[in-house]
Unconditional design. Structure first.
Length: 206
């Protein structure tokens, strides 16, 4: 199960992960973890892309960051340490495979394996940097600029020039209204950057 992770874990750690880890597959759009869920295991992404979302008191979502192969969610790791419930929603951006590891092993492996400690620290650092990028986008970019960045990211993650997503779903991720996103997408279509189709967006030039 771990041969696809491409992470510099010690052979003994990889053996343990293979013995006790549980691999599960999820389809595009499926919710893997939701806000308020009890966290019983640590996820490491084997393949595909996950998007991590936060929800405000009104139920509106905001995209925090994406996770790719070999990565884990630092916010989930933090909840594991504190034995707290999930504070994020994890949704499959593409079809994904995830290796779930028991949270009881987190402290043991941190003491036992240097590579695991490095993995956890690197995960915290990477996710913190991505959260800063998200804050910068909200603070310094106009909504049309944020939309362009999101479309480019999705094109890369989905490895396609056609993005299968509704205007409402994009609006949710950018924490704005569908009307605003529809207007901005139409503007992009009018200048030849995209083509709009039912529940999908074809990128021409971004």
């Amino acid at each position: 199960m771990t041969q696809n992770l491409n992470l510099p874990f010690e052979p003994k750690l990889l053996e343990e992960m293979n013995n006790i880890g549980i691999k599960k597959s999820f389809s595009d759009g499926e919710t893997i973890m939701d806000i308020g869920n009890n966290i019983k295991s640590m996820p490491i992404l084997i393949s595909g892309v996950l998007k991590i979302l936060r929800e405000d008191h009104n139920g509106d979502e905001l995209l925090l960051y994406f996770l790719e192969q070999g990565e884990s969610c630092a916010m989930t790791l933090n909840c594991c340490v504190r034995n707290a419930k999930s504070e994020i929603r994890a949704v499959a951006e593409t079809n994904v495979e995830i290796l779930f590891l028991p949270i009881t092993k987190m402290e043991e492996w941190s003491a036992k394996y240097k590579s695991w400690r490095n993995f956890v620290f690197d995960s915290y650092h990477q996710r913190f940097s991505e959260l800063l990028e998200t804050i910068d986008k909200i603070a310094f970019l106009n909504m049309d600029e944020r939309l362009l960045v999101l479309l480019k990211d999705k094109s890369v993650f989905q490895n396609s020039l056609e993005i299968s997503q509704t205007h409402q779903e994009i609006a949710n991720e950018l924490n704005t209204s569908r009307v605003v996103i529809s207007r901005l997408l139409k503007k992009l279509e009018n200048v030849g950057k995209i083509e709009l189709h039912r529940n999908r967006i074809k990128i021409i030039h971004l």
